[in-house]
Design a protein around this ligand. Structure first.
Ligand code: 13P
Ligand code: SF4
Length: 370
């Protein structure tokens, strides 16, 4: 468990203008020694300072390209900072401005549970199972996949990674997001009755050996609590209110929502699709609210609203705010390295195998969303 140190109280009294002035001053002072990365779900007050913005795949690729940089401040969540640490040289310090910025989905797969699942699944079948983990997972889960001929994927490249995996083996264990796994496999023409759900809270995952033998894809029972707030009813209500609206959702949404949507894809895919859409087009977007609001601000010629009527905010992403960003820059300027995210060498080696398998596949083929 990581604990965020207390920030000196004087930061709380700074105005928005103070934050802008002081963060910009630090950026200038560090120059090319510092890179700030911002995930699309970050609040505007943070994303304005990012040198690069992107989805989890793009940010991992950008991190991997950084040479000669001393510090990457990662405005995103813990698993993203871990990937950045693994993809950069040891001389680069990767800092997460608030250590409590985790991802509840990533926490749903723990290494002991995954090892128990592997024992159960491997004893149920002689067929080769390839473990694939969504990058929204801890480094030790990535390492497990790297050590068992598997790899990682992001929401931008899940279908490509699953296709490769099914060339290497007969079955897939997909961690930790059942929804991305189900939506991707279904879009690849794998029927729902060839997918089973492994529940780590139940004995043997709640599966019989026969169910394992009959399945093509074994989905881990994990989910994103933000994307599960979008429902099929929201899609029906939007269409009833306006038949011209187009519904675009992230594939972490439930299968029933993705089926009712017009389009599904990663955050980067959602942004590009809406950017390219004609003026006057209308969009109901099933993803995190900071991104939806930013899209609406950036495209006043289009109608862009959240698909849900409730506020779908990723509260852990939201932990990164100007106060924590400035504090981490000030600490670094004072010669300290606050909140450095480091993956131990023995985990890093195997996890890198998984990450690099994904990145090399991406480099070889163009990525397509649904
Ligand atoms: P992207 O891969 O689209 O960046 O999504 C990451 C994420 O955490 C979505 O909830
Ligand atoms: Fe994790 Fe969901 Fe937040 Fe993405 S939106 S970081 S999956 S909790």
């Amino acid at each position: 468990m990581l604990y965020q140190p207390l920030i000196p109280p004087d930061y709380a009294s700074l105005s928005e203008a103070d934050f802008v002035e002081r963060i910009e001053r630090r950026r200038q002072e560090f120059g090319s020694r510092l890179v700030i990365l911002g995930h699309h779900y970050q609040q505007n007050d943070v994303i304005r300072f990012a040198d690069f913005t992107g989805d989890s795949l793009k940010l991992a690729q950008i991190a991997a390209r950084q040479v000669g940089v001393e510090c990457i401040v990662f405005c995103g969540v813990h698993f993203m900072a871990e990937s950045a640490d693994m993809l950069t040289d040891n001389s680069v310090a990767v800092i997460l401005p608030d250590l409590s910025a985790g991802c509840s989905m990533a926490d749903m797969a723990e290494i002991d549970q995954v090892e128990d699942a592997w024992d159960m699944l491997s004893s149920a079948t002689d067929e080769k199972i390839i473990p694939i983990t969504y990058v929204n997972s801890a480094a030790n889960i990535k390492a497990f996949c790297g050590d068992h001929d598997g790899g990682c994927c992001t929401s931008s490249n899940a279908s490509m990674v699953l296709r490769h995996a099914l060339e290497e083996g007969e079955k897939i264990l997909f961690l930790p997001d059942q929804h991305l796994g189900r939506n991707t496999a279904y879009a690849m023409d794998i029927p729902l009755d060839q997918m089973v759900l492994y529940d780590p809270q139940e004995l043997d995952g709640g599966l019989t050996p026969q169910q394992v033998r009959d399945a093509k894809v074994i989905l881990w029972k994990g989910h994103c609590s933000v994307h599960l707030l979008f429902t099929a009813d929201h899609c029906d209500q939007r269409r009833a209110a306006d038949p011209d609206v187009q519904i675009i959702v992230h594939p972490e949404c439930d299968w029933s929502v993705v089926q009712k949507a017009d389009l599904a894809g990663s955050t980067e895919y959602i942004i590009k699709t809406i950017e390219k859409a004609p003026a006057g087009s209308k969009w109901a977007v099933g993803t995190e609210i900071n991104l939806v609001n930013r899209l609406a601000e950036n495209h006043p010629d289009k109608t862009i609203q959240s698909l849900a009527t409730v506020q779908c905010l990723c509260t852990t992403m939201y932990r990164i705010d100007p106060k924590h960003l400035l504090w981490s820059l000030d600490e670094f300027a004072a010669g300290r390295t606050p909140n450095r995210i480091t993956v131990p060498d023995e985990v890093r080696r195997s996890a890198l195998v998984a990450l690099e398998r994904m990145l090399s596949q991406v480099a070889k083929e163009p990525v397509a969303a649904k």
